[in-house]
Design a protein around this ligand. Sequence first.
Ligand code: GAP
Length: 576
Amino acid sequence: MDFKADAQRMEKIVSLCKRRGFIFQSSEIYGGLNGAWDYGPLGVELKRNVKNYWWRVMVHERDDSDLMVDCRLTGKRFRADQIPAQSGTVYRFDQARDVIPPESAFEILVSWAADLLPPGESVSRKDSIRLALLVSDHRKFNLPKSNTTPLSIYEFFVEFAKKMSSQPDISENEVDDFLQAYNSPPPETVSGDSIRLLQRKGEDKATILKRAEAFYQLRNIHVPMMWPTTEDVTDSRDFNAENGAELTPPRPFNLMFRTNIGATESEDSIAYLRPETAQSIFVQFKNILEVSRKKLPFGIAQIGKAFRNEINPRNFTFRSREFEQMELEYFCRAEEGMKLLDYWLEERLKFYENIGISRGRLHVKTVPDEERAFYSKGTYDIEFDFPFGFQELEGVAYRTDYDLLQHQKASGKSLEYFDEETKQRFVPHVVEPSAGVDRTVLALICEAYSEDEAPDEKGKMETRLVLRFHPRMAPIKCGIFPLLKNNNQLVAKAKEIVGLLRTHMNVFYDESGAIGRRYRRQDEIGTPFGVTVDFETLGEKDAALRDTVTLRERDSMKQKRVAIKDLAGILSARIS
Ligand code: GAP
């Protein structure tokens, strides 16, 4: 694996997404909201295509699936106290020992930097950066080394430097120097800085050492130059084995977003944004069973938002704090569970192939016993070959009857199914294919991104950036171009074609710039077809060609002549 090439590829993808309006960072004009993303005009179309196709194959084209109400808030009564614990899903991270989220770390750093200044003066970026360097020595924060999980210290300090760049008193070079220094921080310099940072003009060494000692002791920062540790410690879990830093006691980390419902904030009004769509399906199982009168096996499907306060959102949209899931809970008899697990794995792999993700880029991981949730009898992870490595796109899990049993116990309501034929009552088992909309969109963009060579206006070869989306997924299906924008007849004919096609698909009319440039603009956003209205369309050269257009294919760049009346049929067959 070529890490550099892959990182560059990812960078280009992120930049294209912003430049062409697929995905923007949330609240960017205010400095950005970590772990949240907004979809631009093309991103929204792409996302909609993914969800619509999932809905089509998982619900409309099946006799055994039903849709599910969309409910986002989960009330305390049935949620906070019960579901996480009962469903077996771990929403609390006890292992998040002494890792401080970047936002808090940033605030603490700024407040420390402010301490160094006389009252009334603003925080100097320079001082803050030097302080950041100092504490980046993996001590007080005990942040893991760069490029380790769960928190990338490098990302944190890049973010830190970015925020500091809003301060007027430091140059871009100094920010760059800081980042470089951070990449390979020599420990002595960091320790030296720890003292220099606090030094006042003309102060002698003894005074500054005394003041520095008081400053750091008060903040419980270990500065090795002042307090070297030589003691060997074995069989202890109190220190970080990598850097010797003392660990704080474990702290619970709440993975769910808490809010209050209603006008008053009290213990009784606490609610949580749901961290997965699945649980509301189990909670509504009885109602849906009654209204749909389905027979086992059958599924309940839902697409909707989920919210998780991820410790370390990263890799663009891959790990976000707000995302969408497409989940199917497929209820069955116990004896069918393992067979259906394999059946759903194959169905889901077919889905990804049908939206344009090649099987070769997918990997099926059989989750080993020790990693599987205790209630699951079998789980597969479908992974995709992202530029940052093979990562989970979807989980397919046989969750047994665990969820329904837990809700039955907690609510006191029967969640049993009555089998008319055998006259038996039992709690059904469930197999769950659970996919992420945002991860699928990201996988589609990564899979589609490519660069090749094509001639420019003068026939000189140039690099062409093209998103090779499957036509079914492409945000815009067809670009429509009059050859010249100042010819009324060409423009009128092109607009007539827009009217003709727009009821069948999403099309885009473009009359500005040379035709080659218009093709390139559509290639870059993955539009699979382009229709050009030229003088032959008007029948000026050959009457037999009247009302025909040039149809260009994005991938092969081949062009052919087709009659306008056949366009809708030809294109619809390719995009359905
Ligand atoms: N109901 C089972 C469940 O929620 P999960 O593996 O936690 O299982 C299922 O989530 C899918 O949801 C993942 O495979 C992924 O596609 C998506 N997903 C989970 N956490 C996500 C996050 N923080 N950001 C984006 N997508 C996420």
